[in-house]
Design a protein around this ligand. Structure first.
Ligand SMILES: Nc1ncnc2c1ncn2[C@@H]1O[C@H](COP(=O)(O)OP(=O)(O)O)[C@@H](O)[C@H]1O
Ligand SMILES: N[C@@H](CCC(=O)OP(=O)(O)O)C(=O)O
Length: 405
C-alpha cells in the first residue's frame, strides 16, 4: 500500500472534512481516519520464552506508525506487555502459572519501565517523541479525571507526540481494574474522539465461533450492529499471556461504536500489519452509524444530567450559534454547585435552554470568571486554565431553546 517512489502511504489531509467511516471502502478506512488508536496485545510484542520484546516486529510496526504520522494522522498506541515482560524480570515464571493480583502489579511495575523504553527507542529512530500515559478504569469513568486525561492526550497529539498508553496496573484494585487493554483502548478511542481503533491480535477477526474449537467457523468481514447473535460468537481468552479473548473485543466494539469510532480486529503477527490491513488483508470491521463528533454531542445532550446553569448574553448566544466556544465574557450568571467537567445547561438571556455543555471550571470559579475577559483568567482563579468556559466540542446545542423552568 506504500507509494513506490517515497515509501509512504498515500497522503491524507489532516483537515479533511468529518466523515462517517461507514461510507468509506474498507481498504481506505485506516487511511482516511484522522485520529487512530492502535492496541497491541502482549503476545505480539513479548517473547513468551524470554520475556523480551520482539525487536524486529516492533521496528517494523514503528516504521508504519511513522508513515501514519507523516501523512498527518494522530496516533495513540495502547500497548500491553508490562506484566509479560516484568514477570520474567522478577522471576515470577513457572509454566504459565496464573499470577496473584499483587504479583501482577509488581510485574507491571518492573515491566512497564522496560516496555516504555522499548517504544521510546524504536520511535526515536523516526524522531518521534513518545509519552507514557497510564490510566485506570476510574480515569475513564470519573468525569473530572476523564476530562483531564482527554485534554492531556489532546495536548500531546497537538504537539506531534505519540502517546503510549497502558493500564496503571500498580495502583489498581480488582474493582477499579480494566484487566484487559481491549476495553481500555476503546475507552481511550472514545475519550479522544478517534475515528478508528485497530486491535492487532493473534487472530484475523471475529469468527462465527472460536476457530480453535470449531474448524467450520467463518470470519466476518464487517459488523454494523452488535446483535445478540454476534455476541454469542465470542468465547473465552485465547493465549496464556493475554487476558482478553473475543468477549472483551466485542465489549470494546460496543464502546467504540457508541462513540462513533470504527473498530477493526486485524492479525498482528506478521511484519507490517497496518500495511497488510490497508492492502485488503483479512480482518473484521465494526462500523458505527455516526461519526465521533455527532456521537459525543448526542452523549452530552442525552446521557448527562445537567448539574448547573450558565446564562449567556446575546453576543455569546450568537457566537455559539456560529459554532464558537463559550468564553467567560459572555456569561452573565452561574447557578448550581458543580465540579470541573460537569454538564451544565446553557441558556439565553431570557433563561431559555439552548443546550448542554461540559464546563471547564468548577461552579465557584465559573462564577468569578463570568463577565471577565480571557486575559483575566489567571488573575481571577489563580492558575492558567483553558480560555473557554465550555469548548465547542463539549457543547451540544439542542435547538432554538425551551421555555425556562
Ligand atoms: N468467535 C471468535 N472469533 C475469533 N476468535 C475467537 C472467537 N471466540 C474466541 N476466540 C478466541 O479469542 C482469541 C483472541 O483473543 P486474545 O488471545 O485475548 O487476543 P489478543 O491477545 O491478541 O488480544 C482467539 O485466538 C480465539 O481463540
Ligand atoms: N496492562 C497489562 C495488559 C493486559 C492485557 O490486556 O493484555 P493483552 O490481552 O495481551 O492485551 C500489561 O501491560 O501487561
Amino acid at each position: 500500500m506504500t507509494d513506490p517512489a517515497t515509501g509512504a502511504f498515500p497522503s491524507v489531509s489532516p483537515s479533511a472534512p468529518s466523515h462517517v467511516l461507514a461510507e468509506v471502502p474498507p481498504t481506505a478506512r485506516l487511511r482516511t481516519a484522522r485520529r487512530l488508536v492502535i492496541k497491541i496485545g502482549s503476545a505480539l510484542l513479548v517473547d513468551d520464552r524470554t520475556g523480551k520484546t520482539h525487536r524486529t516486529w516492533l521496528d517494523a510496526l514503528t516504521d508504519e506508525v511513522a508513515l501514519l504520522r507523516r501523512r498527518g494522522q494522530d496516533v495513540i498506541l495502547v500497548s500491553s506487555g508490562a506484566i509479560a515482560v516484568g514477570r520474567r524480570v522478577l522471576g515470577l515464571t513457572g509454566s504459565g502459572r496464573a499470577l496473584r493480583l499483587e504479583e501482577k502489579q509488581a510485574a507491571a511495575a518492573a515491566g512497564q519501565i522496560r516496555l516504555a523504553h522499548a517504544w521510546q527507542e524504536a520511535l526515536a529512530h523516526h524522531d518521534i517523541t513518545v509519552a507514557q500515559v497510564l490510566l485506570t478504569l476510574d480515569d475513564s469513568e470519573n468525569r473530572r479525571r476523564y476530562l483531564n486525561a482527554r485534554k492531556t492526550l489532546d495536548q500531546l497529539l497537538s504537539l506531534g507526540v505519540v502517546p503510549v498508553v497502558n493500564e496503571n496496573d500498580t495502583v489498581t484494585t480488582q474493582e477499579i481494574r480494566f484487566g484487559d487493554n481491549d476495553r481500555l483502548a476503546a475507552r481511550v478511542a472514545a475519550m479522544v474522539s478517534a475515528d478508528a481503533l485497530v486491535l492487532l491480535s493473534d487472530i484475523d477477526g471475529l469468527y462465527t465461533a472460536d476457530p480453535r474449537v470449531d474448524p467450520s467457523a467463518r470470519r466476518l468481514d464487517e459488523v454494523r450492529e452488535l446483535t445478540p447473535e454476534i455476541e454469542a460468537m465470542a468465547g473465552a481468552a485465547g493465549s496464556s499471556m493475554g487476558t482478553g479473548g473475543m468477549v472483551t473485543k466485542l465489549i470494546a466494539a460496543r464502546v467504540a461504536m457508541d462513540a462513533g469510532c470504527a473498530m477493526v480486529i486485524a492479525p498482528g503477527k506478521g511484519l507490517g500489519p497496518l500495511g497488510a490491513l490497508e492492502a485488503g488483508g483479512p480482518c473484521t470491521w465494526f462500523v458505527p452509524a455516526q461519526e465521533p463528533r455527532a456521537a459525543r454531542k448526542r452523549w452530552i445532550a442525552g446521557a448527562l444530567k445537567p448539574e448547573g446553569t450558565l446564562r449567556l448574553d446575546a453576543g455569546a448566544v450568537r457566537a455559539l450559534m456560529d459554532g464558537k466556544s463559550l468564553l467567560p465574557a459572555g456569561v452573565t450568571r452561574v447557578d448550581g454547585v458543580f465540579q470541573k467537567g460537569a454538564p451544565v445547561r446553557i441558556t439565553d438571556p431570557g433563561g431559555r435552554v439552548l443546550g448542554v455543555g461540559l464546563c471547564n471550571y468548577p461552579s465557584d470559579e465559573a462564577r468569578r470568571l463570568a463577565g471577565h475577559r480571557t486575559g483575566d483568567i489567571e488573575a481571577t482563579v489563580g492558575y492558567r486554565g483553558p480560555d473557554e468556559l465550555v469548548h465547542r466540542d463539549d457543547l451540544a446545542l439542542t435547538g432554538s431553546g425551551e421555555p425556562p423552568g
